[in-house]
Design a protein around this ligand. Structure first.
Ligand code: OKS
Ligand code: ZN
Length: 338
């Protein structure tokens, strides 16, 4: 398996997240990537493919905001990481706000996704890893590739960040594949959390099918997306499939729902597959509530690999740091046909 990661990804080290009424240690740490790298074998640096593939998904003003946000935070006399405290209720207007606090609320949707000094370089590096993986597959250099992205991406929308995510690595890879004529494309999201950003980006897009298996948003983050009745709109009507599962789900139920997702992807006629892989479905994940084992990660990879599609996998969540590399390696072994 070709594997990609950028050293710049280590530079995002959020100090804390505001959650459960307190400042807690941030779960999405550089140590996650360090642990994955211990198990990954040969990892290629992605090179710099520029901003064009990122801007094919994300809003120009949003990207400019992300690049500048931490500097604007420091210029406002603050220390530490930039975190918003005021958020618009739904259906507010597009507004040209002047101060960093307003902009953090305008572009962000939660208090767990700080913008730190190294955030832009890191999210740019993670996106480059996803782009390099996509290039490797659409060029025919490799049948499958894995981008060890962190921070993750699937909660980030065209013009918003949240859920530890800033740039949507899976969406960037999917858009690139479509642009290169490798469509129709399916994105399969098997992270514990619903990939609301990816869903939003492709909601009205008939070229990209989005299927997600995740904790029911009635009980779990991101709450406001991921419900079973969200089926796509316009040209994308029917090209969005949410398969929410209850807390406590084990492999027995997961397997049959994954089979449903794979059948839907085949029926759609996908020619390229993007996988948003999160290891936070692991039974011992500290912030999640499914019951999958490391061996189940391999089973998951095997079922996905059996589709026989050119596949680009990108890393999403997974917070049991000590087990992370093992879980990723098990998933990759399955995907490769083990
Ligand atoms: C708990 C609340 C935040 C959940 C963020 C989810 C991040 C993730 N601290 N998304 O896939 O793993
Ligand atoms: Zn997750």
């Amino acid at each position: 398996m070709l594997t990609f990661s950028s050293p710049a990804q280590m530079g995002h080290a959020p100090l804390l997240e505001l959650v459960n009424g307190a400042a807690e240690d941030h779960a999405e740490t550089p140590a996650r990537l360090a642990n994955m790298l211990t198990m990954a074998g040969t990892v290629e640096a992605p090179g710099d493919h520029g901003l064009a593939p990122i801007l094919a998904v994300h809003d120009h003003d949003y990207v400019a905001f992300l690049k500048d946000a931490h500097a604007a935070w420091l210029a406002a006399g603050r220390t530490g990481d930039a975190i918003g405290y005021a958020f618009p209720v739904r259906a507010r207007r597009p507004l040209a706000l002047d101060r960093i606090d307003g902009k953090l609320g305008q572009y962000g949707f939660d208090t767990v996704t700080p913008i730190a000094a190294g955030t832009w370089e890191a999210v740019h590096g993670a996106a480059q890893a996803a782009i390099a993986a996509a290039e490797a597959v659409v060029s025919g250099r490799s049948d499958k590739a894995f981008a060890l992205c962190r921070p993750p991406g699937h909660h980030a929308g065209r013009d918003y960040f949240g859920g530890y995510c800033y740039l949507n690595n899976a969406a960037i890879a999917a858009r690139l594949a479509v642009a290169r004529g490798a469509g129709p494309v399916a994105v399969l999201d098997v992270d514990y959390h619903h990939g609301n950003g990816t869903q939003d980006i492709f909601y009205a897009d008939g070229d990209v099918f989005f299927a997600s298996i995740h904790a029911d948003p009635r009980t779990d983050f991101p709450y406001f997306w991921g419900h079973a009745d969200e089926r796509g709109a316009g040209e994308g009507e029917g090209a969005n499939l949410n398969l929410p599962l209850p807390r406590g789900t084990d492999w027995r139920s997961y397997e049959s729902v994954l089979a449903t997702a794979m059948e839907a992807i085949a029926r759609f006629g996908a020619r390229t597959l993007i996988v948003s892989y999160g290891a936070d479905t692991f039974a011992e994940d500290p912030i999640s509530q499914f019951s999958l084992s490391t061996q189940d990660m391999q089973r998951m990879g095997t079922m996905i690999g059996a589709a026989g599609l050119p596949t680009i996998a990108v890393m999403e969540g997974g917070y049991n740091v000590a087990a992370l590399g093992r879980n990723v390696a098990a998933f990759i072994a399955g995907l490769e046909g083990g």
